[in-house]
Design a protein around this ligand. Structure first.
Ligand code: ATP
Ligand code: RIB
Length: 280
């Protein structure tokens, strides 16, 4: 089987998880029962998941000249991922993540340096795009950086996949660049336009695969969920790996469901992203 080369743009920074019994009522002060700190960001999580599932991964991001930025790059190298980091004059991104006793999460992201990822920096990485099988994008980076990636992917005939999160209204013209998109239920509504291939993730209910007019519902793999943070990232990464290996959309979505279900069984994101052998 071919080892796919996947290039991902994204935000990266420090994620701080606080465990609470329930989410805040307005004005309420809560005590957290546990704290956990790890590197994260949607594209970053996807990069680590894709590498653990067997892909050669290139990750493109902007960081500040600080300890958090350095830690993000070091962790990528430990995971066997090639980091392409633009150093900019702002603090590296930061995310605060509350998880409740049901494994649900509430995330607040300071984008900082991630907002300064430039189209010029992305364009300077043409050789990376040239050797890629898949380019995976999301909305945690500036649209100009994504546009530059789209230009290079299309120039070199590389399949584009979009995880449209955090979601916003998209034009049909923009969405048409992508082989497929992977919104969750609310993101799918916010995009406001139809596309040929879409996999809508439905949390514990599974996923809905829409492939050129044919809709197939895939129930979730039954597991006991401990922490669903990053489940969508794991799903998108696994889908991209499977498509890069030549699987069709339905087969790829089945593989993604297995990977994402595994990821919700463990707390936090980095410790929960599965390795390929765990799915076989
Ligand atoms: P996040 O933003 O937290 O990464 P998301 O909203 O993008 O998540 P979800 O739709 O919640 O993504 O979940 C993605 C996939 O993860 C689902 O399609 C499903 O395959 C799997 N998943 C999520 N929750 C569960 C669960 N409780 N049991 C089994 N699988 C789950
Ligand atoms: O999708 C979950 C991720 O989104 C978290 O890891 C957090 O970093 C946010 O960017």
């Amino acid at each position: 089987m071919k080892r796919p080369v996947i290039t991902i743009l994204g935000l990266c920074g420090r994620s701080v998880f606080l465990q609470v019994n329930h989410f805040h009522h307005p004005g309420e002060t809560l005590h957290a029962s546990a704290i956990h700190i790890e590197p994260g960001g949607k594209g970053y999580n996807q990069a680590v998941a894709a590498a653990r599932l067997g892909a050669e991964v290139h990750f493109i991001a902007a960081c500040g000249e600080d300890e958090d930025g350095k830690a993000c790059s070091e962790f990528l190298l430990e995971e066997g991922i090639a980091p392409h980091i633009q150093i900019v004059k702002d603090a590296t991104a930061f995310a605060s993540i509350l998880t409740d006793e049901n494994g649900e999460n509430q995330v607040t992201v300071f984008r900082g340096a991630a907002d300064l990822l430039s189209a010029d920096f992305v364009s300077s990485l043409e050789p990376v795009f040239e050797k890629s099988d898949i380019v995976l994008l999301n909305f945690e980076v500036p649209s100009a950086a994504n546009e530059a990636a789209i230009v290079l992917a299309e120039k070199h005939g590389v399949k584009l996949i979009l995880n449209p999160a955090p979601a916003h209204l998209c034009s049909k013209e923009f969405i048409n660049h992508f082989f497929c998109i992977t919104p969750n239920e609310s993101e799918s509504k916010m995009i406001g336009t139809e596309t040929d291939r879409e996999v809508i993730t439905l949390g514990s209910k599974g996923a809905l695969v829409k492939d050129r007019g044919v809709e197939t519902y895939l129930p979730a793999v039954k597991v006991t969920a401990k922490d669903t943070t990053g489940a969508g990232d794991c799903f998108t990464a696994a889908l991209a790996v499977a498509i890069g290996e030549g699987k069709d959309l339905l087969e790829a979505a089945r593989f993604a469901q297995k990977a994402a279900a595994k990821s919700v069984e463990q707390a936090f994101v980095m410790p929960s992203l599965p390795y390929r052998y765990m799915l076989e």
